[in-house]
Design a protein around this ligand. Sequence first.
Ligand SMILES: [Zn+2]
Ligand SMILES: [Zn+2]
Length: 304
Amino acid sequence: MLPYETIQEAGISLGRNLTFAETVWFTYSARKSDYILYCHNTLFLFLFYSLIPLPYMFIELIRSKNTEKFKIQPKFKNSFSDMFKCYRKVMVTFVFVVGPLQLFSFPIIERVGIRTGLPLPSGSEMFWQLLVYFVVEDYANYWLHRLLHSKWGYEKIHRVHHEYTAPIGFAAPYAHWAEILVLGFASFLGPLMVPGHMITFWLWMILRQFEAIETHSGYDFPWSPAKYIPFYGGSIYHDYHHYVGGKSQSNFASVFTYCDYIYGTNKGYRYQKEVFDKTREKFRSEGGQNAESYLFSMQALKSE
Ligand SMILES: [Zn+2]
Ligand SMILES: [Zn+2]
């Protein structure tokens, strides 16, 4: 809740006129409690995990020649009911685990000082904070994920997420409830260490959802803007982790590639990627036969 009655009052307090974005924020948030603003995250969780995977779902259902060449493991096909089952399970976990956790974690957010007032953060403040959140999350996620690949962690918890050897967008948060709690902690670390504005916090959660769905989509589209992010892992990178499954000692990081590089857990992937690039090159030099429907089949690479 903002401590001003009117926009004029807010302007006097800031010593200047409100920008357009600040006026919109004032109009939207002035009468809402900080708790309600924080609860928007729960709404975004349900909304974005329902909406972002939809285009991938239609692409998977249609499986046209135009998109088939971007499918990472073309041998796997998912029907509507397969995908809906996955979605339903994810939503049940959200209702019983993630939602309540978000609603009850407000005192922590309040204590660390995530602010809701004016002025709004500048573009550069948001950029640097989001970068820190991504790097911190990626590092923590790398080690927690690696721990989940211990014998006990895998059998008791992480096995559920690996039920998909060829992931789909809806399967990004498909996991044992304990895994969602453990890895969810990594998402909170950045904002706890470098608290910013509630808008930055919302944006962080939404971008993280976009990233998780894209890396689990099962498709590698060359026009994805994420390709321009330095050290970004992307869908082929994480698909490989799912393909290898429980025995995987490769590609643990959630967003970037540097942790796997530093700790030497990308060797298997690097070898396979090299073979894959050569195979694709061969396909292209032979006039592209089969290349359109055969982007990345690990089964074929294994038999090389
Ligand atoms: Zn894993
Ligand atoms: Zn995954």
